[in-house]
Design a binder for this molecule. Structure first.
Ligand code: ADP
Ligand code: MG
Ligand code: ZN
Length: 619
């Protein structure tokens, strides 16, 4: 979501004013600079008298007690290492009459002026003023330029950014735009009522809700819901990505938080929205490199600000995260983010609703059946579905069609699930091996009872993989029974077993299969108690990302002995899965051969083709 642009709009006219001013100043001062008084040498009184007597003086001006005079011819002054035609002499307070008489006698013109001599401070100031002004202007301009060019991150513009960052938004998003998510919408409905008329709640002494944490997988519409909440309530919205708080300057994160809360309070009723809260709100003192000072200060400031709310401040702090597990417990304390709203991946109905919202934008052909598309996209988030519609529209545009057809959606979905098709020249023997491998997966998936229905098998390179067997669950599941997982393991390892049975050797093509299968088997053994030897004990390793903190610092909470048992159980599980796959392949060897040659020819087989091939093989 785009924040408001931190840069103030450029003030070009101001630039011009400054330049004009500078030029005018120069023009004004240039003439006076040209007839600036020429340099003068300071003559002691005695020397002046001597030179006067020698007849070396051509004219004098008297200012107060100072004489400013000219020599008839320029004189060399070795001490200053230069010639002077002008001199200055301080006259004593007495005995000047003799000098005046002498001047008169020699017919030297004498001028008497008031005030100070030419080298007085005023003249110095006058002669340097343009330069000082010029420097100031230059400095000022350079600052402006720096600010304009550095964009963000320039040291100069950082105060400015603090000021301009929190321009409030008034989203016009409505709850209608958030499809599905009925639970979440119901939970935030109460907040809308509060924000619309906070006084009604304050009058009866009800405490204002403070912090609401939106939790859910990426793309489920957390940011969208926050905006819709502000839109429905018609209040000011101050969005802020938590990672933006963290800056290179120490203490800026905290001061931004202060500023943000201050602005929001001044403009209440309002909503502060801190997106990706986990990037600052992670458990303190965790992670590599000790405590991240900046992060902790920012977090502490958020906590302090939330505690500092007065009862009548109609400000609600919303935050979103997809990692509630790593958040600092202090954030969840009552009075802080004590309300939790969970957004789940949409179910089939939810997906239909989301598709409807986003399909409004595009012209759909008559053959498009949104419920059917929703049925074929389990596990897709709201963002994924939006992307699906967009990809379908792009596909239709590429084909120069006016409407988006059902076929476009199929292509778009394949592209999202499997990655874009890739042209890669595969030698025939490798292609044969690929066909064997994928047919192995397919056959075992077809015959095992607890697997998801087959959707498609392909040996056309897509994304990062060379081929793929795709299954599509009939409906989404929230828990998985053991037999489902065991069958899944067998399907995963079947590609490699088919290669071994049909070609006599295995290949590197099973790299990812083995990796996935091992991970699944390990979880079955160490987390879900699905192995007799280990039993119902949680022996999971830390799965935390090392940079995310928390669990990293803790030691493995199982012994070497347990580790050995786990490894053994995992291996046994995998080996027995291989055996199941191998038996199926041997039993249905003829059908497998048939499938291999069909796949090698057609390269891509859909569910109907697979069914047909394997069924007719039976008769
Ligand atoms: P999150 O913040 O949970 O990662 P977003 O709110 O940024 O997800 O969602 C990204 C986009 O996906 C939204 O802008 C919206 O277009 C679409 N989207 C996500 N969930 C929904 C939904 N429930 N209804 C409609 N559109 C959705
Ligand atoms: Mg988001
Ligand atoms: Zn495989």
């Amino acid at each position: 979501m785009s924040n408001t642009d931190p840069q103030p709009p450029q003030k070009l006219p101001l630039n011009w004013v400054v330049w004009t001013l500078a030029v005018a100043l120069m023009l004004y001062y240039l003439p006076s600079m040209r007839d600036r008084p020429e340099p003068a040498v300071k003559l002691p009184y005695s020397e002046f008298k001597m030179l006067l007597r020698e007849g070396q003086i051509s004219s004098v001006t008297l200012r107060g007690s100072e004489l400013d005079g000219k020599f008839i011819t320029p004189r060399m002054f070795p001490e200053q290492r230069r010639q002077y035609s002008r001199f200055l002499t301080q006259l004593p307070d007495f005995g000047n009459e003799a000098i005046l008489a002498e001047l008169e006698e020699q017919n030297i013109p004498l001028e008497v002026k008031e005030g100070h001599d030419a080298s007085s401070s005023k003249v110095i100031l006058l002669s340097y003023l343009p330069w000082i002004m010029f420097m100031i202007i230059l400095f000022w301009l350079s600052r402006r330029t720096l600010r304009n060019f550095s964009g963000r991150g320039g040291a100069f513009d950082f105060d400015k950014r603090l000021e301009t960052q929190f321009i409030c938004q008034k989203p016009d998003t409505t709850f209608d735009e958030v499809a599905g998510q009925t639970n979440a919408k119901r939970e935030v409905q109460e907040l809308v009522e509060y924000l619309r008329d906070p006084d009604r709640f304050h009058r009866v002494g009800a405490l204002a809700p403070r912090g609401v944490l939106l939790m859910g997988p990426p793309g489920t519409g957390k940011t969208l819901l926050a905006r819709a909440l502000a839109g429905e309530a018609g209040v000011n919205f101050y969005p802020m990505s938590a990672s933006e708080f963290i800056e290179v300057f120490v203490g800026v994160g905290a001061s931004r938080v202060r500023q943000l809360f201050k602005t929001a309070k001044e403009n209440a009723p309002s909503i502060i929205f801190i997106d990706e809260l986990d990037s600052v709100g992670r458990t303190r003192g965790a992670g590599y490199g000790g405590g991240h000072d900046e992060r902790e200060q920012t977090l502490n400031q958020i906590l302090a600000e939330m505690d500092g709310f007065a009862g009548h401040d109609a400000v609600i702090v919303l935050a979103a995260t997809n990692r509630p597990d790593v958040l600092d417990p202090a954030l969840m304390r009552p009075g802080r983010f004590d309300r939790h709203v969970t957004l789940d991946l949409p179910d089939q109905e939810g997906r239909v609703a989301i598709l409807k919202v986003h399909a409004k934008r595009i012209p759909l052909a008559d053959d498009v059946n949104l419920p059917q598309i929703a049925a074929g996209t389990p596990g897709f988030s709201g963002a994924d579905l939006k992307n699906l519609i967009n990809e379908a529209a792009i596909q239709a545009a590429r084909e120069n069609r006016d409407h988006v057809h059902s076929l476009d959606f199929d292509i778009a979905r394949d592209k999202i699930i499997m990655g874009a098709e890739r042209t890669l020249i595969i030698p025939p023997d490798e292609k044969h091996r690929l066909a064997v491998h994928e047919s192995g997966h397919t056959l075992v998936a077809y015959y095992l009872p607890n697997t998801d229905p087959l959707y498609k098998v392909s040996i056309v390179p897509h994304g990062r993989s060379l081929g793929g067997t795709h299954q599509m669950p009939l409906q989404e599941r929230h828990t998985y029974p053991e037999e489902y997982l065991r069958d899944k393991l067998a399907v995963m390892l079947a590609g490699r077993i088919a290669e071994r049975e049909l070609l006599g050797s295995v290949s590197t093509g099973a790299d990812d299969d083995i990796h996935q299968a091992t991970g699944l088997a390990r979880a079955m053994v160490s987390r879900w108690g699905m192995s007799k030897e280990v039993g119902p004990v949680d022996l999971r390793d830390s799965e935390e990302h090392p940079f995310l903190g928390r669990e990293m610092a803790q030691p493995h909470h199982h012994s070497e002995f347990s580790a050995e048992i786990i490894d053994k159980a995992v291996r046994e599980l995998l080996v027995s899965s291989e055996t199941i796959a191998a038996e199926l392949i041997r039993t249905h060897r003829e059908r497998l051969d048939k499938l291999v040659s069909l796949l090698e020819r057609s390269e891509t087989l859909h569910k109907a083709q697979i069914d047909e091939c394997l069924q007719t093989g039976a008769s």
